[in-house]
Design a protein around this ligand. Structure first.
Ligand SMILES: [Zn+2]
Length: 149
């Protein structure tokens, strides 16, 4: 469940930020149908040109989302799953690392408060996490039996 929740919150946050995310495979790949290049953070991909249009605050929101989901839903965030997200922000070259570390922390704390206060968002996240796991790992869950909202 940890991976599903983590990835689902990258996905949902990307959608909220107006990106067109998808779940998928390797680090950078070309999508033939839409002729787009995408970059991967964990398993959630967004088109690079869309990603580059985000403000640094939005970038932080997108990257920290996985760790936020783990903290709120699971009660802890394993370091290894969010390490690459953290490094993607700190070494993005879009600010001094010390400022970006602060931004990561501050953005995460705000998103944790918002998610903790929003039970409906938690429910959507758990649902999306379960769906992610069944899509990627082929785990058949009862989610399929319920209508997709
Ligand atoms: Zn991640």
């Amino acid at each position: 469940m940890a991976v599903g929740i983590h990835e689902a919150n990258h996905y949902l946050t990307a959608k909220k930020l107006g990106l067109q995310p998808r779940y998928g495979g390797s680090a950078i790949e070309h999508i033939c149908e839409t002729d787009q290049w995408v970059c991967t953070f964990g398993q959630t991909q967004v088109p690079i040109e869309e990603y580059q249009k985000l403000t640094i605050e939005q970038t932080a929101e997108f990257l920290v989302a996985g760790s936020v989901a783990e903290r709120v839903i699971l009660g802890f965030a394993p370091d290894e799953t969010s390490q690459s997200d953290y490094e993607a922000l700190i070494f993005s070259g879009r600010g001094k690392p010390s400022d970006l570390i602060w931004l990561w922390k501050k953005t995460g704390e705000r998103m944790i408060r918002e998610l903790q206060a929003d039970l409906e968002a938690q429910r959507r996240l758990i649902h999306a996490g379960a769906r992610y796991e069944s899509e990627i790992f082929g785990i058949d869950r009862s989610v399929r039996a319920s209508p997709i909202q």
